[in-house]
Design a protein around this ligand. Structure first.
Ligand code: HEM
Length: 404
């Protein structure tokens, strides 16, 4: 009820816009064709909801790859992202295993009640720092990256307000550092830092930590599968894929059409339509419908190659040290951050009391969290509406960021 009320308030403030796919107008059979359509590539200009996304992804949302309009700037930035990620997969896997081992060994292996997303953040912060700068991640950098990523994902899920001071502290730290790949030359030095922060220390760290939390929580709740992947690690790839199908990271991805699209007899979408591709509804319709990294023809995830092997490496390190169990709810948006009990592998007794406590605490938190999300969500929607970050930007810039 609280979630529905929050959505209603969001619609009230932002207005309803967009064509949900699959939905009343466009059926699931047109999902793929429409997503891959060459006129469905607009991202920010002309959609009211861009103000809210830009608010959540600030600072520098105007140069975040996800939000750039198609054109030369997007092409240059996307090329640069690919160069950073183009490490041989074996090296990436090795680095992920090393970093995970190092971070996990900071704690003695004993019974611990944790939130999986929080446990994963420092691992991915260190991993992406080393991938970008080619040197091990200093503790101060890791703390700043984690604070930035937690702030972004917490505000996106409306469990906390955004704190620009925490995000700017990371921006200042990154300024003037030398990455292993030259940054996009058409961006100003400030924009380059925003871009780096947005792609690698926000999206990469947030998405990888969420995906790992889903994977480990699923394993924690299926002891047989957990045992099997320990004995046959090659099964991990299948489990990762299945996890992404059941709990897709993206709820909805949107596009703005640059020209009219004829979908079917009687259904034509005009230019400027906001298309809302609903991953959950699409993937629920059939096991064959599985697009964990988007569609190849239209701005797919640049990390689709590096993600599975690095997730596999980190999962192996966790499973080598701990037995995982959890009685918490496993929902797609993961607002509880994946509560889980970690026990040493050789523990003789199952920790029944701890699991019962975890269940009660999770249900109780669920209720109070709903109220917090309603209040904070409303406050942020109103604030974003007032700032109008995207709308104002496009009043003074063209789609390629050139001042008008
Ligand atoms: C960990 C699992 C991940 C999943 C499941 C995932 C999923 C996705 C999906 C579905 C999209 C396409 C959304 C759309 O069509 O609008 C996307 C886009 C994107 N992802 Fe990922 N992602 C993951 C990790 C990462 C990582 C590690 C990075 C950075 C290194 C990254 C960077 C991006 C960027 C920059 C885009 C925007 C692409 C564009 O518009 O050109 N993602 N991701």
């Amino acid at each position: 009820m609280l979630t529905r009320l929050r959505n209603k308030i969001f619609e009230r403030v932002n207005g309803t816009e967009g064509v949900r796919i699959p939905g009343d107008l466009v059926g699931v059979e047109h999902f793929h064709k429409l997503y891959a359509h060459p006129a469905a590539t607009g991202r920010s200009r002309g959609a009211g909801l861009s103000d809210l996304f830009w608010y959540w992804l600030a600072p520098g949302p105007e140069v975040h790859q996800e939000h750039l309009e198609p054109g030369f700037r997007y092409d240059e930035v996307a090329r640069c992202t690919r160069r950073f990620l183009a490490k041989p997969l074996r090296d990436s896997e090795k680095l992920a295993a090393e970093v995970a081992g190092r971070v996990l060994d900071e704690h003695p292996v004993r019974l611990r009640l944790v939130r999986l997303r929080d446990e994963m953040m420092p691992i991915w912060a260190e991993f992406y720092y080393e991938l970008v700068f080619g040197t091990p991640c200093p503790r101060r950098a890791r703390d700043l990256i984690v604070a930035n990523a937690e702030d972004v994902v917490g505000s996106l899920k409306c469990t906390r307000l955004r704190h620009m001071d925490r995000r700017r502290a990371l921006t200042s730290y990154l300024r003037g550092r030398n990455p292993v790949v030259p940054l996009p030359a058409s961006l100003t030095p400030d924009e380059q830092v925003f871009w780096l922060q947005g792609t690698f220390f926000n999206t990469a760290v947030v998405q990888s930590s969420e995906a790992m939390a889903h994977l480990l929580l699923a394993l924690a709740q299926q002891p047989d599968t957990q045992r099997r992947v320990r004995d046959e690690p090659e099964l991990l790839d299948e489990v990762i894929s299945e996890t992404m199908w059941r709990w897709p990271l993206f709820g909805i991805a949107h596009r703005i059409t640059s020209a009219e699209i004829k979908v079917d007899e009687g259904v034509t979408l005009p230019a400027g339509s906001v298309l809302l591709f609903d991953y959950v509804a699409f993937q629920s319709a059939s096991r064959q419908n599985h697009i964990p990294f988007g569609v190849t023809a239209n701005r797919p995830c640049p990390a689709k190659g590096i993600v599975p092997p690095t997730m596999r490496a980190v999962a192996r390190e966790v499973l080598a040290r701990y037995e995982l169990s959890s009685t918490a709810a496993h929902e797609r948006p993961l607002p509880n951050r994946g509560p889980c009990l970690l026990q040493p592998r050789d523990a003789v007794r199952p920790a029944r009391m701890a699991l019962a406590y975890l269940r009660v605490r999770d249900r109780f938190e669920d209720l109070t969290r709903g109220i917090v999300q309603l209040v904070l969500g409303t406050a942020m929607v109103l604030h974003a509406r007032k700032l109008r970050l995207a709308e104002r930007y496009f009043e003074t810039h063209d789609s390629q960021g050139r001042p008008l």
